[in-house]
Write a protein that binds this ligand. Structure first.
Ligand code: ADP
Ligand code: AMP
Length: 214
């Protein structure tokens, strides 16, 4: 099964993606995670990506399209299918993805679109914490780690600071609509109510994916 998960920053894409991967065994391809890994390893691409990410801007399309194309061509994708998270983020990326999938003979099965009220996103992003060891995402209030936890085991993303979040939301709101419309025209979009508890969102996501599986 080959899926996209879309939604504004903080909509819950990564949170749902990890549940989808556990339940359905698809490969999770998150461009944000790929850039953060490259930044941590201080590769040339990581340094370039950092200069955009720190300002809340998008990394240029040529770079982003290149890493996705390479990843989709790897062997496990044909076997397991994929869930693309955080890509495409511009209409040009959507066109590039169409081309890449058609070159590889892969068809997209669906686009999971998590809809949230943008006014809740600052709170979601400013409370987001990530477990250093596993990379798992939590929220200080909405999804805290179980039991007494040591704050030092978790970090906050640099680009989750309020100044950067505002720019990220503006950029993503401006770019998002044409992309969703592109996939709506193909009849691939499934809208999910994202303003509900994490597990309730996942129940709705599971219904959609199960209907695609049959
Ligand atoms: P995205 O990948 O779309 O940027 P995340 O999955 O990282 O978003 O979620 C952003 C923050 O909001 C995280 O701290 C996460 O724990 C929290 N979160 C995710 N889904 C929900 C939800 N349905 N209700 C409340 N908080 C949520
Ligand atoms: P995310 O983890 O999806 O919130 O992404 C974090 C940051 O990485 C974004 O704010 C962008 O700067 C960059 N990024 C992630 N995915 C893309 C993409 N598809 N196109 C351009 N930049 C991206």
């Amino acid at each position: 099964m080959n899926l996209l998960i879309m939604g504004l920053p903080g909509a819950g894409k990564g949170t749902q993606a990890s549940k989808i991967v556990d339940a359905f065994g698809v490969a999770h391809i998150s461009t944000g995670d790929m850039f953060r890994a490259a930044m941590a390893n201080q590769t040339e691409m990581g340094t370039l990506a950092k200069s955009f990410i720190d300002k809340g801007e998008l990394v240029p399309d040529e770079v982003t399209n290149g890493i996705v194309k390479e990843r989709l061509a790897e062997n496990d994708i044909a076997e397991k299918g994929f869930l693309l998270d955080g890509y495409p983020r511009t209409i040009e990326q959507a066109f590039a993805l169409d081309q890449t999938l058609s070159d590889l003979g892969i068809e997209l099965d669906g686009v999971i679109n998590i809809e949230v009220d943008p006014s809740c996103l600052l709170e979601r992003l400013s409370g987001r914490i990530i477990h250093r060891e596993t990379g798992e995402t939590f929220h200080k209030v909405f999804n805290p780690p179980v039991g007494d936890y040591n704050e030092d085991d978790y970090y906050q993303r640099e680009d989750d600071k309020p100044e950067t979040v505002k720019r990220r939301l503006d950029v993503n709101i401006a770019q998002g609509e044409p992309i969703i419309n592109h996939y709506r025209e193909k009849g691939l979009v499934f809208d999910i109510e994202g303003n509900q508890d994490i597990n309730d969102v996942f129940e709705d996501v599971k219904k959609v994916i199960s209907s695609l599986n049959n």
